[in-house]
Design a protein around this ligand. Structure first.
Ligand code: DMJ
Length: 453
């Protein structure tokens, strides 16, 4: 090619640029609209077959409640997604449902972690977005009913509590880092809005008590006795049962400016990079090791671990985040949709289900925010097309029993509306929908305002 041909190509390239980028934003805004359509498809199915219940069962077109009384998981979890999507009618419906019918004075035992991230988080972000103090009143009532979980000899919370009597399930003395350490965003935000420090203090103590029990090489295990503080399982990783402990160390620092959380996060992540990170075929993965020796025990990674690139972005490590996201996307593409877990050495599926999980999409969204590289929106485009292809049903979306066969199963978790579709939407939507830097998302994707905003 001579210099003249190169110059012509350059001029054409420059002339086409605004056109290409206009085309591209049009394409993504159409995708954002499609996500909204799928959200409405799921919400309308919930309304038709499961109104007033916790969740929809999309294949049998029936309802599911977690406990003896519904706690309206789906409307609470979905409300802020509706607000962000500009679905005013649906947001008003969900709000009405929550304010008219949600009560917590039920004589039943609930799992504190799930109730905190879905309901307390949902009510607090609802309050911040909508401004109606009744959201905050519900959140305060719930927070008070959950407080007895912290009454253990160590201050690390018990897992189950009776909402009416405040009695904890004394037979369940074990818990895990995720359930112990994933309370501070919600309890801390409740403290901020009620000006009562008790919620922040109890949740912060739980986090530091857990951190204090890290091994000599700086890692935590999977299960611990909250009464004795002794480890029950020494397996260390960044997957389910540990994952959001690391997430909240970083996020509590960013949200509350808590420097102690930053120190704990920095030291923990260093140990994780040193021992848990693994390189296979030049790909970055995070597997499983013994928390005391750092010896590798398993080369497994899964859909829950896929949140880690998002956290790495927040922690300022975009290179590692980008490398890990490539590995996670490889896992997604093995069978056209990600399995719960794989052996990343053999690339064989070890957990075949896909629970409509959000983590890999959340990471694509963070990476796009940090790099503006269209690669991440293209990933999202592929993943959204796969989601619709495999999981859409006549009534909402179904999780997959087996990603290798595409067999669907009868559940649509509330996090599908709180997280999965929210992150897809935010990945494709124009920036003015939400200023990424002005919020911290709790682990259920409920945005909480950062103080500087
Ligand atoms: C959600 O409830 C939260 O994201 C939690 O931290 C982990 N699992 C689910 C979604 O996969």
């Amino acid at each position: 090619m001579n210099r003249l041909q190169i110059s012509i190509l350059f001029v054409l390239g420059v002339a086409m640029m605004p056109f290409c980028s206009r085309e591209r934003s049009q394409q993504y805004s159409t995708l954002a609209d499609s996500v909204k359509t799928e959200f409405l498809h799921s919400w309308n199915a919930y309304k038709e077959y499961a109104l007033g219940h916790d969740a929809l069962k999309p294949l049998s077109k029936t309802a599911h409640d977690w406990y003896a009384h519904s706690l309206l998981m789906t409307p609470v979890d979905a409300f802020d997604t509706m607000v962000l999507m500009g679905l005013e009618k649906e947001a008003a419906e969900a709000k009405q449902m929550v304010l008219d019918s949600l009560r917590f004075d039920h004589d039943m035992e609930v799992q504190a972690f799930e109730i905190t991230i879905r309901l307390l988080g949902g009510l607090l972000s609802g309050y911040e977005l909508d401004g109606d103090r009744r959201f905050l009143e519900l959140a305060t009532d719930l927070g008070n009913r959950l407080l007895p979980i912290f009454d253990s000899p160590t201050g690390m919370p018990y897992r189950y509590v009776n909402l009416l009597t405040g009695k904890i399930r004394s037979s369940e003395k074990r818990s895990n880092p995720a359930e112990i350490g994933t309370l501070l965003i919600e309890f801390g935000t409740l403290s901020k809005h009620t000006e009562n420090p008790v919620y922040y203090d109890r949740a912060k103590k739980a986090l530091t008590e857990l951190y204090k029990r890290r091994s000599d090489i700086g890692l935590v295990g999977t299960w611990i006795d909250v009464e004795t503080g002794e480890w029950i399982s020494q397996s260390s990783h960044v997957g389910g049962a540990i994952d959001s402990y690391y997430e909240y160390l970083v996020k509590a620092w960013l949200l509350f400016g808590d420097e102690e959380c930053k120190r704990m996060a920095d030291e923990s992540l260093q140990a994780v990079h040193r021992y848990v990170a693994d390189t296979v075929r030049s790909e970055l993965w995070y597997g499983r090791v013994d928390m005391h020796s750092g010896e590798r025990t398993m080369r497994v990674f899964g859909s829950l671990e896929a949140f880690f690139p998002a956290l790495l972005c927040l922690a300022g490590d975009v290179d590692r985040a980008a490398a890990l996201q490539e590995s996670a996307f490889r896992m997604w593409n093995l069978h056209g949709i990600e399995p719960e877990s794989i052996d990343y050495n053999s690339m064989k599926v070890t957990g075949s289900q896909y629970h409509l999980r959000p983590e890999i999409i959340e990471s694509a969204y963070y990476l796009y925010q940090y790099t503006r590289n269209e690669r991440y929106r293209e990933m999202g485009k592929k993943m959204f097309a796969d989601l619709v292809k495999y999981c859409r049903t006549e009534a909402g979306y179904a999780y997959l029993e087996d990603v290798t066969t595409g067999k669907q199963a009868d559940a649509m978790e509330s996090f599908f509306l709180a997280e999965t579709l929210k992150y897809f939407y935010l990945l494709f939507a124009p920036d003015d929908v939400l200023d990424f830097d002005s919020v911290i998302f709790n682990t259920e994707a409920h945005p909480v305002r950062r103080p500087t905003s």
